[in-house]
Design a protein around this ligand. Sequence first.
Ligand code: KIV
Length: 297
Amino acid sequence: MSTTVVSSPTLSDQRKKVTVRTLAQMKARREPITMLTAYDYPTALSIDRAGVDAILVGDSLGMVVLGYENTLPVTMDDMLHHCKAVARGARYALLVGDMPFMSYQVDVQEAVRNAGRFLQEAGMDAVKLEGGRERLETIRAIVAAGIPVMGHLGLTPQSVHQLGGFRAQAKTTASARRLLEDALLLQEAGCFSLVLESVPARLAELVSRRLDIPTIGIGAGGGCDGQVLVTHDLLGLFDRFTPRFVKQYANLHAEMARAFAEYIADVQEGRFPAEAHSVEMPEEDWQALLAELEDEG
Ligand code: KIV
């Protein structure tokens, strides 16, 4: 007799891989898009299972994981290494790899080759790069190679020295108009989406309404088509500073400190390891070993 086992679909079975088209459809339906950063396998797994639409392997890696002052020292090798780990953990979210400083600014051909490595070697679905009108030729070339590009305007951390620090952008009439123009130019050049970072909420909303492609805001108010946060900020895992626009959903830094202190005290005071954490051997083998050793003197 043969039995057919029909397993009932789980929530994750019903989910479909998110693509750039999905994000466009979400904008059309006015459905908020969620994006978070991840840099490793377990975080990607957890974020993906929670149901986020897109995962950004951001070059914020340099600050929140590698401990640099800013994102400038991050290399292609760093990014590809972490993108590969994230790709192994995430199954459904759209995966966006952040192009690091100097991987796309020098030469268009080099930029296309580097963008291609994110898809070919590291399992990403798209790349993100910073900048406005000065990046149009590069973006057109990467898009022409079949690689989806997410733009990034406003506070662009790779220009931190030019901007005079991590400060909000586009707060004057002229700079706000320039940002709107840049957003329209990036859309025309083929970007499938734009990150708007640290810009006035009213401006971000206006830009989002004028564009056909979805905007993803960080410190840009609730009028964008989606939101992104650096996961280490959301989890309270980055202790150096927390930008004003971050909502902290946990304080894992404090929780980690508590757990480490408890472990140290347990070892020092003999509470760890207990019997439950130890490996045993059969009593007769143990006795035989002791007898053998005794015979050997
Ligand atoms: O690197 C990053 O995490 C980013 C986000 C802040 C958008 O660019």
